[in-house]
Design a protein around this ligand. Structure first.
Ligand code: SF4
Ligand code: FES
Length: 255
């Protein structure tokens, strides 16, 4: 396939950026989207030009670092698929593809398609710790966990922190990510002692980081590569309200 790309190029965060046109020739439908960019970069390097910067690590849909807007959709046209697992058979010969970084006040552009998602790290940090007794590893079955809770906690824990939910939301809200992180600990017995302090700390950290408010567009759920449900947002809001009614404060660790 021969494709025309319009790729966002930005030298560094504070510099002005612009879309630059590239031709990608002889693209195999079996290539991944990132491999297609790799081949464009090989051509740029051969010509002595700066290659396109983009985030990637696992290329298996696990690490969350490959986020980019592809024709206006976070991670591109395939549902439940991170950009690294998108394949070029999703496109047709002659297509034009626009590739941009996440657009969010809370995720400033570092270079080209790479954004700073450290605001997510701060939200996780604010969640603090889980109380456990130290010493020898406990007997695995000493804390019974209902199957349904274990399954739900695992589903919430599949969030890879990619930021697509924020990028696609017209408000730039981070509720889906934060709710998933709140839920996977808050559902398990080990997460109960700090459950209400944790939700207050994480929600208030999220609100301080420049993310927008959630107004139920549901775009986040539609583009999430891991299928995280907006039901977790309702659960987070219930826990937050309960915590506030009980006068819970942020745990000291969260500062
Ligand atoms: S909730 Fe989904 S879209 Fe948002 S950061 Fe987690 S995996 Fe990515
Ligand atoms: S490169 Fe790790 S999720 Fe895409």
């Amino acid at each position: 396939m021969d494709l025309t790309l319009h790729v966002w190029r930005q030298e560094r965060g504070e510099a002005a950026g612009r879309l630059v046109r590239y031709e990608a020739r002889g693209v195999s439908p079996d290539m991944s989207f990132l491999e297609m960019i790799d081949t464009v970069n090989e051509g740029l390097i051969e010509r002595g030009e700066r290659p396109i910067e983009f985030g990637h690590d696992c290329r298996e849909g696990i690490c969350g670092s490959c986020g980019m807007m592809i024709n206006g959709e976070a991670h591109g046209p395939w549902r439940l698929t991170a950009a690294c697992q998108l394949h070029m058979r999703a496109f047709r010969d002659g297509d034009t593809i626009t590739i941009e970084p996440w657009r969010s006040r809370a995720f400033p552009v570092l270079q080209d398609l790479v954004v700073d998602r450290s605001a997510f790290d701060r939200i996780i940090e604010a969640g603090g710790y889980v109380s456990v007794n130290t010493g020898e590893a406990p007997e695995a079955s000493s804390i019974p966990v209902p199957k349904e809770n274990a399954d739900d906690a695992f589903d919430a824990a599949t969030c890879i922190g990619c930021g697509a939910c924020v990028a696609q939301c017209p408000n730039g809200a981070a509720q889906l990510f934060t709710a998933a992180k709140v839920a996977h600990l808050g559902l398990l017995p080990q997460g109960q002692p700090e459950r209400y302090g944790r939700v207050v700390a994480m929600v208030e950290e999220m609100e301080s980081r420049g993310f927008g408010a959630c107004s139920n567009f549901r775009e986040c759920q539609a583009v999430c590569p891991k299928g995280i449900s907006i039901d977790w947002i309702a659960r987070m809001n219930r826990d937050y309200l309960k915590a506030k009614l009980q006068g819970r404060r942020k745990p000291a660790l969260a500062g």
